[in-house]
Design a protein around this ligand. Structure first.
Ligand code: ZN
Length: 98
């Protein structure tokens, strides 16, 4: 079992126990992961690996706080700018396991 297996397990536990969906930044903070992008990569693995446990990873997609555009594609990254209004005021995607 390598380090990332452990982190993945802690991520499943964190997202299963949280009351409200968490952003990658919050997950990174809780688990002591320095690079937020690694959280997105791990979440993809988590989504597949928990299927057999009967649980599911729910994603609240990122959205533009200026015009409300919802980023339904690319659920595992934080978009940098809105394709509709060009705003960079983006609410990141959030995740929860139930
Ligand atoms: Zn927008």
């Amino acid at each position: 079992m390598d380090e990332w297996d452990t982190i993945r397990e802690r991520m499943v536990k964190l997202l299963s126990e949280t009351k409200t969906p968490l952003s990658a930044k919050e997950i990174a903070f809780e688990l002591g992961i320095e690079d937020e992008r690694m959280v997105y990569e791990e979440l993809k693995h988590v989504m597949k690996s928990i299927k057999r446990t009967g649980k599911r990873l729910y994603v609240q997609p990122a959205y533009c706080k200026k015009c409300g555009f919802v980023f339904k594609q690319n659920l595992f990254r934080k978009p940098s700018r809105c394709p509709r209004c060009k705003s960079q005021w983006i609410e990141p995607p959030r995740y929860i396991i139930r």
